[in-house]
Design a protein around this ligand. Structure first.
Ligand SMILES: CC(C)(COP(=O)(O)OP(=O)(O)OC[C@H]1O[C@@H](n2cnc3c(N)ncnc32)[C@H](O)[C@@H]1OP(=O)(O)O)[C@@H](O)C(=O)NCCC(=O)NCCS
Length: 230
């Protein structure tokens, strides 16, 4: 039996410096599944708001921000500057890079991989069970892969095993059923490529194309600008 500490921070939790954990947050929730590593490691300056929960067996870098009722399950490996807002869930066994933001009401299924600088808008679901209800379904779970700098619009669903290429943007409400190449804009159900990221026109400044906030993405977008149109 795992012993609990006297407060909401479990005895097997290692927190970095400068962390602010709300009294009604729970760091070190005990998973129902049996897992080998029962420690939680969270880096410096974490902020965990009322209702946020991190399970045992998860490792998170510096500057975590965990919103209300946001849940990070066991056996996840998460980088620095991870932000996740209210009611979102990261299920177990995911790998998430640095500077990733997950907005409210999202579900990230087991074994998803999310690379650096990805943004996930409200209501997104990354699925992992292609044939739910099948006797073999637990054996063939396959997570979604988001390559670095991917931007996922509101209420998008991405089907199990799909890889979204570096820097692509998925339009709001899309259902992504197959792999997406890098630096494309896709939308619809089933989602299709509609343009290149570099073809997006700014709404504020006529003639201005898409400018990303991420430096290495910037170079990739402008390289593509010089290539042929899709
Ligand atoms: C996909 C997206 C990036 C395209 O932006 P854009 O280049 O300015 O789009 P355009 O207005 O030029 O649209 C191009 C075409 O795609 C269609 N389209 C745009 N977004 C669409 C979407 N999400 N689903 C289906 N079709 C879409 C437009 O109707 C238009 O079709 P038409 O040529 O037949 O008129 C944008 O529409 C979008 O969905 N952004 C995500 C918003 C979001 O969820 N933000 C999250 C933070 S709140």
């Amino acid at each position: 039996m795992i012993k609990r500490g006297q407060n909401n921070i479990h005895v097997k939790v290692k927190l970095g410096k400068g962390c602010a954990i709300d009294k009604a947050a729970l760091i070190g929730a005990v998973p129902i599944r049996k897992i080998k590593n029962l420690h939680v490691v969270i880096g410096n300056n974490a902020v965990c708001l009322y209702g946020g929960i991190v399970y045992l067996g998860t490792k998170i870098g510096d500057n975590l921000i965990l919103g209300h009722y946001a849940i990070i399950r066991e056996e996840n490996i998460i980088g620095d500057n991870f932000k996740m807002w209210s009611n979102s869930v990261i299920d177990y066994g995911c790998v998430i890079g640095d500077n990733v933001k997950v907005h409210s009401n999202c579900y990230i299924a087991q074994f998803s991989r999310i690379e650096n600088n990805c943004f996930i808008a409200p209501g997104v679901v990354l699925a992992n069970d292609r044939h739910p209800g099948c006797v073999f379904s637990q054996k063939c779970l396959k997570g979604v892969v988001l390559r670095k700098n991917v931007q996922v619009g509101c209420n998008v669903t991405i089907l199990p095993g799909v890889t979204v290429g570096e820097g692509s943007i998925i339009g709001a409400g899309s259902v992504v059923v197959k792999d997406v190449p890098a630096l494309k804009v896709i939308c619809g159900n089933p989602a299709r490529v509609i343009k290149r990221v570099s073809d997006i026109q700014c709404l504020l400044f006529p003639g201005q194309t898409y400018i990303t906030r991420v430096q290495d993405h910037k170079q990739a977008v402008s390289r593509k600008c010089r290539t042929k149109k899709i």
